[in-house]
Design a protein around this ligand. Structure first.
Ligand code: G3P
Length: 216
């Protein structure tokens, strides 16, 4: 499973990239707002920090304008992946941009049939939002399972990018269900490494090692 980090904070991205923990980055307009920096500037910087795909989202609502914005974003760097909303216009723009050789990420997916349409439009990635479904008491993981099954039934190459991940358990379940990628906030990604028994065990080993009086 690949890990993307879901943030526009360059310092966090650099830290995780240096640690070898990430394979790419996803951003959205809300994350750009949080970073409080000009979008094109921040996307360019992220693309220098990581060689993996960096999703940058269009904001137009009409297909032709989405394609125009997508081309502008893709010009920033070779590893930009154009992110498009799951609307009819978004799917039309996805098809055009994919046919032209650009990477595409269709976002705001909340149903398996939406995901089926995105695959038929040639999306590189489909982003089902797990956490936002869970917020409404709808099982986000069932959506991942359904999309996996549908894509496997028809050999679609679109990768399932599990998004709106809020917990370590979301990562675990998405991996068990065969999601290709999880996009995870920096804090959750860092939390994946932690386990109290690891800390306890290490403490004990170090205490015993000290008693041996040895050094390596
Ligand atoms: O990239 C989109 C996504 O991961 C949003 O997550 O937590 O705002 O639902 P969230």
């Amino acid at each position: 499973m690949k890990f993307f980090v879901d943030t526009a904070d360059v310092n966090d991205i650099r830290e995780l990239e240096d640690a070898g923990l990430i394979d790419g980055v996803t951003t959205n307009p809300s994350l750009i707002l949080k970073a409080n920096r000009p979008m094109k500037e921040v996307i360019a910087e992220i693309c220098e920090v990581t060689p993996g795909p960096v999703s940058a989202e269009v904001t137009a609502l009409e297909a032709e304008e989405m394609v125009r914005e997508g081309r502008i974003l893709a010009e920033i760097a070779d590893n930009v992946c154009v992110k498009l909303p799951l609307t009819l216009d978004g799917l039309k723009a996805c098809k055009t941009l994919t046919d032209d050789g650009f990477q595409t990420n269709v976002t705001l997916c909340f149903s398996a049939t939406q995901a089926l349409l995105a695959a038929k439009a040639g999306a590189t990635y489909i982003s089902p939002f797990i956490g936002r479904l869970d917020d409404m008491n709808i099982d986000g993981m069932q959506l991942i399972a359904d999309i996996r099954r549908i894509y496997d039934n028809y050999d679609f190459e679109t990768e399932i990018l599990a998004a709106s991940i809020r917990t370590i358990n979301h990562v675990r379940e998405a991996a068990l269900l065969g999601a290709d990628v999880a996009t995870v906030p920096p804090s959750t990604l860092k939390a994946l490494v932690k386990h109290p028994l690891t800390d306890k065990g290490l403490e004990q080993f170090l205490a015993d090692w000290k008693k041996t009086g040895q050094s390596i």
